[in-house]
Design a binder for this molecule. Structure first.
Ligand SMILES: Cc1cc2nc3c(=O)[nH]c(=O)nc-3n(C[C@H](O)[C@H](O)[C@H](O)COP(=O)(O)O)c2cc1C
Length: 421
């Protein structure tokens, strides 16, 4: 049985000693990032790298708690997939891919259970869900109700960093779900960072080719059970439904509910849902943004998301992640997804060559990409005061940008700035 929702995962993390509650008030503008950096640099339970997941109970300026670093270690990714080792998931996927074309009746009969199992993971439509406990429409919509992060000093603003963006292919009606950052412009407007090769961007282009003055519906879910949440970053072929794959991963169909103001369906167990549209003739400057590489991505022109309706649970948990110089949470997500999906990725990318699983402790800390003074077991755990104390001073002491200001210097050629030295 998969996790029912994000909060069940939170309970599991807590039971496993993988979650720390932060009771002090911490500002989502820059301070949370500082605290997450400290947490990431500490040893998690059993001395493993990646620290602990953090539940900020009192993010400044919001009534809602903020969950972060929930997937920021190999162990937490194993817990997310409910396995002892990531290879178990890879083996399940390989099992399906290895299915040969049946040669005779006996072969066909042998395949039936597997095919039936696959079919049982199709998403299921339901009439209602906890994501609709509270509904705000029109002028009631205010994205600043949520503790949305500004991670780095030179970021263009606050960004939703862990969204599941739902669109439909305007020609085939096929759903796409992707994780694309969203810069907050005001209470009801955000950027939509669809990189040109991504499926969301493809839907936008196809629709625009038909009707340049039109709009497409877009809905965004924030915080669902782990397999559904990770559905937005799965490297699966374009014609496969991410929600079917999430169902496969959680061994139970994802329940989807129709939105209030458009025809898209979103996970019924989501914590928060934003409903709206993207105009096909509207672009706006997005960025800069401290990115996965440890460098700022520069400003660019991207589509704009208009939010018409927000639905959420009575007590929603806002899920976020810090994107920045590795190792951040996304490093562990990427590592796990790559291990799990290698068999599938090899089908579509023949140039991918498998490398053997690294020995325990070797990874995920390759010297060439990780700022890796974090050696298993060498970091002591510390109490909340150590974790939070002085996090705001770091920035207040120097309006030029805090500890990442050194790192926010422009590098050679003035093209990019590093997040820290
Ligand atoms: C934390 C995080 C943030 C991401 N932000 C973006 C983004 O802003 N834009 C983007 O195009 N891809 C982003 N990605 C990568 C996409 O989510 C990923 O490529 C996904 O598979 C895209 O789905 P698609 O292939 O269906 O478009 C991000 C991934 C992670 C883990």
């Amino acid at each position: 049985m998969g996790y029912a929702d994000l909060r069940e995962f939170v309970r599991r993390l807590e039971k496993e000693g993988e979650l720390r509650r932060v009771k002090a008030e911490v500002d989502p503008v820059l301070e949370v990032t500082e605290v997450v950096q400290r947490a990431q640099a500490m040893a998690g339970p059993n001395g493993s790298p990646g620290g602990m997941a953090l539940l900020f109970e009192k993010p400044k300026g919001s009534r809602y708690p903020l969950l972060i670093n929930a997937f920021g270690s190999v162990r937490r990714m194993e817990l997310a997939f409910e396995v002892e080792e990531l290879d178990e998931v890879a083996a399940r996927i390989r099992g399906f891919l290895d299915m040969q074309t049946p040669q005779g009746l006996f072969d066909k009969l042998k395949m039936l259970p597997k095919l039936a199992e696959l079919g049982s993971f199709m998403p299921k439509n339901v009439k209602d869900g906890p994501c609709k406990e509270v509904v705000h429409q029109g002028n009631d919509v205010n994205l600043f109700d949520f503790p949305i992060l500004k991670c780095w000093p030179q970021d263009g603003g606050r960004f939703i960093t862990f969204p599941l963006v739902f669109t439909r292919n305007p020609e085939t009606g096929k759903r796409n779900v992707g994780m694309y950052r969203m810069q907050i412009y005001d209470e009801r407007t955000t950027g939509m960072h669809w990189q040109t090769q991504k499926h969301g961007a493809e839907h936008f282009r196809r629709a625009r080719a038909k009707n340049p003055e039109g709009r497409i519906p877009v809905s965004v879910a924030i915080g669902a059970d782990p397999a559904t949440t990770l559905g937005g970053i799965l490297p699966i072929p374009p014609d496969l439904d991410e929600m079917m794959f999430s169902g496969f991963l959680r061994r139970e169909p994802v329940e989807l509910v129709k939105c209030e103001t458009n025809d898209l369906e979103v996970p019924a167990n989501a914590e928060i849902v934003l409903e709206g549209y993207v105009n096909l003739n509207e672009m706006r400057t997005e960025g800069p943004f401290g990115d996965h590489t440890g460098f700022y991505s520069l400003e660019g022109e991207y589509p704009v998301f208009h939010v018409e309706c927000v639905t959420h649970r009575k007590d929603p948990i806002y899920l976020a992640t810090v994107v920045g110089r590795p190792p951040q949470e996304d490093f562990y997500m990427g590592y796990a997804i790559e291990r799990v999906f290698l068999p599938l990725m090899k089908l579509t990318h023949a140039e991918i060559v498998d490398v053997s699983m690294p020995a325990e402790g070797d990874c995920p800390q390759p010297d060439d990409c990780v700022d890796s003074k974090i050696v298993s077991g060498t970091r002591a755990k510390s109490d909340e005061r150590d974790l939070v104390a002085g996090a705001s001073d770091v920035y207040e002491s120097d309006p030029g940008g805090g500890p990442r200001r050194e790192c926010a210097r422009l590098s050679r050629g003035g093209v990019e700035g590093t997040l820290r030295d």
